[in-house]
Design a protein around this ligand. Sequence first.
Ligand code: SF4
Length: 329
Amino acid sequence: MTEKQRMLSGMRPTGRLHLGHQRVIAKWAELSDLYECYFFTADWHAITTQFDDTGSLRENKRQVVIDYISAGLDPTKVHIFHQSDVKEHAELHLLFSMITPLSWLERVPTYKGQLAAFKEKGKDIATYGFLGYPLLMASDILMYRPVGVPVGTDQMPHVEFCRELVRRFHHLYECEIFPEPAPIFSNIEILPGLDNRKMSKSYDNFINLSATSAEVKEKVWQMVTDPSRIRKTDPGHPDICAVYAYQGFFNKEEQAEICQNCRAGSIGCGECKKRLTEKINAFLDPMREKRAQLEADPALLDDIIATGNAAARRVACETMELVRDAIRI
Ligand code: SF4
């Protein structure tokens, strides 16, 4: 593992992970054959927006690790850790904050958008911590001196931010510590929400990886179909139907037949949803099995996290030695 170049990514433990996340985790699992991978739960990031609702944070972190593993990460191949267990992230964030112009943070495209989205919901997140979240993200990444970070195109400004920060740090302290991380594009086809909108926690339009088969059935039953279909014999328009989009992800082998029968008015939406429910449940079954094993053995989960934390700390300590020497602090 040590000969491979390093790569890092993480998710915020703001709740259970869903089918959309599974696609990202599956991609991470593929990358773990190529890189030495560090995957973390971004718990400090979670409190930049959920500072007033931390009651479930510890449980959420554990659940995210269970989701990571049950969705395909192999803890014998990758390092899984909690961000707040590696305090060096906070130190690097602090030191970087001394050299980061305020304007760099204010111009990050998601900053103003998220402030406005939360304001609409009646919550003010215009805090010092939230303004600094791209810098904390850059610290998380650079700590592992990775060659790349897996990103979607919408996250490119964060990678660019990292690269600019690296250049500024090296210029100020006349050193070469961090490689400028390159984006590793995942090319993941995005799973839409159950209502055909963007999958989002605020729309409650997703299926959790930990959903029971009854919960999957209920969620699929609520999915948006072609509203012009009243009777089974009405010709349908699969292209505007969320159930049909999901068939493309979970029931590829029957998708063409469903399309034809939907257009011909010879399959009912009930039957179509029943088939999808079965497929999603079959897809989730192995994950449920893995989840049950991990939940039945808390010591094993603790051990996985402790091992991941220790591996992350080893790299973080090395990086901080270099950084402190460069700053002469
Ligand atoms: S039959 Fe299936 S694809 Fe056609 S509208 Fe109903 S749910 Fe959608």
